[in-house]
Design a binder for this molecule. Structure first.
Ligand code: IPM
Ligand code: MG
Length: 360
């Protein structure tokens, strides 16, 4: 039966990179008769400009109907001044929350070809292969009450609520323990249990769950230490599980270990494995429209989609091999460029991956 894939290009470099990922998906759809039907919709600033809101009802309805979603990026300076409630980011957060995409998988893998693109010494990062499992629909991002209020003395006060219930912690814990079972069997849960009660509970529940996964070695780390360890000795980690905000921050740091955030895909899954796939990076307004953005994170997000939501692991393998081949061949967008290699733009990188698909 045909499966529906919804493309949400969004803002900034989003449309450029999604176009290349779509070409890759369309090629595989044809070559491997995947029977996928592709459509697209507006989200983020693009949706605000066209309809006044970042997540139009038609987009949400199409997302709920789709078997999988590919998102580019949202946001940009053009919409920075508008009301918080309808900022482009709310489009993304609304999709995550409405579709209950609580399980965010953010792999940070160093391609050997890019060892010199990292700002860290090659021996610190070579062979790096970390998976960050970030809780995506709870925590301080969604906790209530929240807002900015005026106090009796006339001063304004901003406030948010950091909250996790037991069900939410167990749900993400299960994703993380199971992921660790399929990898190096080491899970590090990151919290701030020396200060925040919500993470005291988080730690207690992770410890309790560990009894059901005797093959996984569970450890705990405070988030400040985890940030330091990620840049000091990142290879000590296999799978990291953490809450929404800590995961947001640590995944950017982990991404940079690999040389460029432009290489990293992500998956956001619901309880049934239905998912939204997106590059870890943002809309990069500074380079939008210049044709220089790296489309590989989005192309690799298509691979994750094929693997996690569409049950086409062999198609996913093909994409990952093609990406590795174009790196071997020396193709580099500016973010991963080093002397002597072949500097290319967004479309040429897409061309190279498509050509590579025929050569593997
Ligand atoms: C991310 C982004 C988002 C987040 C923004 C764009 C709302 O930084 O996916 O990491 O904070 O989750
Ligand atoms: Mg982020």
């Amino acid at each position: 039966m045909s499966k529906n894939i919804l493309m949400l290009p969004g803002d900034g470099i989003g449309p450029e990179i999604v176009t290349q990922a779509q070409r890759v998906l369309e090629k595989l759809n044809k070559d491997l008769s995947l029977d996928l039907t592709l459509s697209s919709a507006l989200v983020g600033g693009a949706a605000i400009d066209a309809t006044g809101v970042p997540l139009p009802d038609v987009t949400l309805a199409a997302a709920k109907k789709a078997d999988a979603i590919l998102l580019g990026a949202v946001g940009g300076p053009k919409w920075d001044k508008i009301d918080m409630a309808i900022r482009p980011e709310k489009g993304l957060l609304g999709l995550r929350s409405e579709m209950q995409l609580f399980g965010n998988l953010r792999p940070a893998i160093l391609y050997p070809q890019l060892a010199s693109a990292s700002t860290l010494k090659p021996e610190v990062v070579s062979g790096l292969d970390i998976l960050i499992v970030r809780e995506l629909t709870g925590g301080i991002y969604f906790g209530k009450p929240r807002g900015i209020r005026v106090l009796e003395n006339g001063e304004r006060e901003g406030y948010n609520t950091y909250v996790y219930n037991e069900t939410e912690i167990r749900r993400i814990g299960k994703v993380a323990f199971e992921a660790a079972q399929k990898r190096g069997k080491k899970l590090c849960s990151v919290d701030k249990a020396n200060v925040l009660e919500v993470t005291v509970l988080w730690r207690e529940i992770m410890d309790d769950m560990a009894k059901d996964y005797p093959d996984v070695e569970l450890s705990h780390m405070y988030v400040d230490n985890a940030a330091m360890q990620l840049v000091r000795a990142p290879k000590q980690f296999d799978v990291i599980v953490t809450g929404n905000m800590f995961g947001d921050i640590l995944s950017d740091a982990a991404a940079m270990l690999t040389g460029s955030i432009g290489m990293l895909p992500s998956a956001s899954l619901d309880i049934n494995g239905k998912g939204m796939y997106e590059p870890c990076h943002g809309s990069a307004p500074d380079i939008a429209g210049k044709g220089v953005a790296n489309p590989l994170a989005t192309i690799l997000s298509v691979a994750m989609m094929l693997r996690y939501s569409l049950e086409k692991p062999e198609a996913a393998d093909r994409i990952e091999k093609a990406v590795s081949l174009v790196l071997d061949q020396g193709f580099r967008t500016p973010d991963i460029y080093s002397d002597g290699l072949n500097k290319v733009g967004t479309v040429e990188m897409g061309d190279a991956v498509i050509k590579a698909l025929d050569n593997i």
